[in-house]
Design a protein around this ligand. Structure first.
Ligand SMILES: *Cc1c(COP(=O)(O)O)cnc(C)c1O
Length: 378
């Protein structure tokens, strides 16, 4: 028997296969069709953004097209969160533009609004031009301080492209992540809250923008009897087969969200007696993370690194993962400007660990993880 406990595996609800079969029965084995339409409708209904969601082949594609829609061009600057997965920043480079990184605040671990403000002022002073867009991230599902970030963005007149890849179902002040930015990207990769095996979506400001995103995502073909192109297009639509998985996943989304939050609460109580670690939690009642991944930080005084804990858990077939290594510390972005908040994300990288959080994990498995962590500290 496989005794291993993984970080976050795809978790099927049961009806996904039915919708895949529908795609086969109706012959829609293409990157458009009834499953794609229905998946988009369900996402729009869930987020309260009807007619404004476009299903795409990946969250990375959604971020890329979001930047295209915001008019990002070669030589432009885009402000990104340093503490994130590289997919937040890579699309900036796809367009020949340059990322500028901002450090995190310690409440949510996301983009610091004050540092964002001084970053923008400094970029304008140094380059004479405003950054074209701002990409905040809701890391591990924890909402960024979007009210403050959007206020700074509005003050400077710069649009926000929200990276909500990890935050489907998370809320800030009762408002869903994915509805704060002018555009927002979602991901349905295999390890996310819901999956289409691989896929993503872009939430758009209106139906007209959504139609334009679909146009870009299907090779930017103009409405003529022959193939005619005025702009560069992409092949980024979601497969109708994969969208069938997405429809099945939407039926169990609420259940899966409840389970992620329950797992986080279990860790909170099972690990509460350990003075050498802290389970990351919502900083106030305004924040309602989906806890896509539960994370812990180790006290420096405990004398152990998170990688030592990762290896110890690995010996018991328990998968864990170090927190994201900040983008300003990545060789590929070594020349990008960086606006520090005093090393918050560097300290998090040095002290933190993601622990198994998949909605398919049993209470017994979570207890086994907690026991293994407690034994490590002894
Ligand atoms: C997963 C992820 C992405 C990219 O999504 P894909 O669907 O894998 O392309 C972007 N940003 C963040 C923060 C992510 O976690």
């Amino acid at each position: 028997m496989d005794n291993s406990i993984k970080l976050s595996l795809a978790h099927m609800g049961g009806r996904e296969q039915y919708w895949i079969d529908q795609a086969f029965k109706t012959g829609w084995i293409v990157p458009l069709g009834p499953n794609v339409d229905e998946f988009e409708r369900l996402l729009g209904e869930y987020l309260g953004t009807p007619g404004r969601v476009v299903a795409l082949s990946a969250g990375t594609a959604a971020l890329h097209l979001g930047l295209v829609m915001l008019g990002v061009e070669p030589g432009d600057e885009v402000v990104c969160q340093s503490f994130t997965f590289s997919a937040s920043a890579n699309p900036v480079r796809y367009l020949g533009a340059n990322p500028v990184f901002v450090g995190s605040e310690s409440d949510t671990w996301n983009m610091d609004p004050a540092a964002l403000d001084s970053c923008i002022a400094d970029r304008i002073e140094k380059t004479g031009r405003k950054p074209k867009a701002i990409i905040p991230v809701h890391l591990y599902g924890m909402p960024a301080k979007m009210n403050e970030i959007c206020a700074v963005a509005d003050k400077w007149g710069i649009p926000v492209l929200e990276d909500a890849a990890e935050a489907l179902g998370s809320e800030l002040c009762g408002r869903k992540c994915g509805t704060f930015g002018r555009y927002a990207a979602l991901s349905f990769n295999g390890n996310k809250i819901i999956t289409t095996s691989g896929g993503g979506a872009l939430v758009c400001p209106d139906a007209e923008a959504a139609a334009r995103v679909k146009f870009y995502a299907t090779q930017a073909r103009e409405n003529r009897p022959y193939y005619y192109h005025e702009v560069i297009g992409y092949n980024y639509r979601l497969s109708n087969v994969c969208a069938g998985i997405g429809i099945g996943q939407m039926e169990v989304l609420d259940e899966h969200l409840a389970r992620r939050r329950e797992i986080h609460a279990m860790y909170g109580s099972l690990l509460s007696g350990l003075s050498w670690l802290k389970v990351m939690d919502n900083p106030s009642a305004d924040f309602d993370s989906n806890f896509w991944l539960s994370t812990i930080t180790l006290d420096k005084a405990c004398g152990h690194t998170p990688d030592e804990l990762r290896l110890a858990l690995g010996e018991q077939d328990i998968e864990s993962r170090l927190l994201w290594r900040p983008m300003h510390m990545q060789p590929v972005f070594a020349d990008a400007p960086y606006y520090s908040t005093g090393g918050v994300e560097e300290r998090l990288f040095d002290s933190g660990l993601c622990i198994p959080s998949g909605s398919g994990l049993s209470d017994g498995q979570i207890e086994r993880v907690a026991r293994a962590i407690a034994a490590f500290g002894r």
